[in-house]
Design a protein around this ligand. Structure first.
Ligand SMILES: [Zn+2]
Length: 312
């Protein structure tokens, strides 16, 4: 009996210590609040700071503020893996000023969601990158980090939480399906997240991201395909593609499957094709996944040909 009472006492003291300690992030939360106050002050400056002072600008004598406006909204969602070992490590990274990185949301392996920044503020998750002609991804997007070491599969509860969050964001900000992408999509030369186990196909099925019509690839996908005509077609293509001395022939062969060049198709989807091999690799990380390299097989070309038309 005495033993039970001593256990209760230990528990009581323990919980008292936890409540006394409070939120370990209280100091960084104060810094966060200070920063939001500073930004609010910036927004309140009236008349707004002039974009230029050159003689070319002919400003009217009176400032006239419109009465019709609200805050700008995000129109893109970029999904990441943290490449760290725990949520705690990521929360720490995003609250240390010297790291200069952050995201709006962090989702743990247990499905717990940390909302670290109001969606209407600009987080620093994208870095240098491009999607279509948009070169300021951070200004347009919401960043979501998934706790993952960069290699493991994503847990079902983590993906379930992500899907709930995406539904909320999509509805709230009317984000088009095509605008749910990965970090590697916007920065193919620098990034490889989320990793190849990420369920892009499932997301697309739910309306977050686009996917190709799998029936289109069926005739070339497997070498195990026993159809005589498709095997002939594949063999002929390989023969032509292996003729590395004749670049024109390769282009013709690719265009036999692809209606435009690979660079044009990838560009239409949104990829920065300045470094074409990197763009192909990013495309394969997102849409092929079974192999991630910079070679476009006839199967990949089929996928690409079907996919780019969905982005037109
Ligand atoms: Zn990332």
């Amino acid at each position: 009996m005495k033993n039970i009472y001593s256990k209760i006492l230990v528990l009581a003291i323990g919980s008292l210590m936890v409540s006394c300690a409070g939120n370990p992030y209280a100091p960084t939360n104060r810094a966060h609040k200070k920063q939001t106050n500073a930004l609010s002050k910036e927004l309140k400056v009236l008349p707004p700071p002039a974009p230029g002072t050159s003689a070319m600008f002919k400003y009217a004598d009176n400032w006239v503020g419109t009465t019709n406006f609200n805050l700008r909204r995000p129109n893109l969602v970029v999904i990441h893996h943290t490449a760290q070992d725990s949520v705690g490590q990521t929360l720490k990274t995003f609250t240390l000023e010297r790291t200069q990185v952050s995201s709006h949301y962090v989702i743990g392996k247990n499905g717990e969601i940390y909302h670290m920044l109001n969606d209407l503020y600009r987080a620093w998750h994208g870095g240098s990158g491009q999607w279509g002609s948009n070169t300021d991804i951070n200004s347009a997007s919401i960043g979501i980090e998934l706790d993952n070491n960069g290699f493991d599969e994503f847990s079902p509860v983590q993906i379930a939480s992500l899907l709930e969050l995406l539904e909320d964001l999509k509805t709230k900000y009317k984000i088009p399906a095509a605008n749910f992408i990965g970090h590697s999509d916007i920065a193919p030369t620098r990034k490889n997240d989320p990793n190849r186990t990420f369920p892009w196909k499932l997301l697309a099925k739910k309306g977050y991201g686009l996917w190709y019509d799998e029936s289109i690839t069926a005739i070339v996908k497997p070498l195990e395909d026993s159809s005589f005509s498709s095997q002939v077609a594949t063999t002929e293509l390989h023969t032509i593609l292996n003729d590395s001395a004749n670049v024109t022939t390769i282009e013709v062969a690719k265009e036999a499957i692809l209606d435009v060049s690979p660079a044009v198709a990838l560009k239409i989807i949104g990829y920065d094709v300045t470094d074409l091999p990197a763009a192909i690799k990013a495309f394969k990380l997102h849409f092929i996944q079974t192999e991630v390299d910079s070679t476009l097989t006839d199967y990949d070309l089929k996928v690409l040909n079907n996919l780019y038309k969905k982005y037109l």
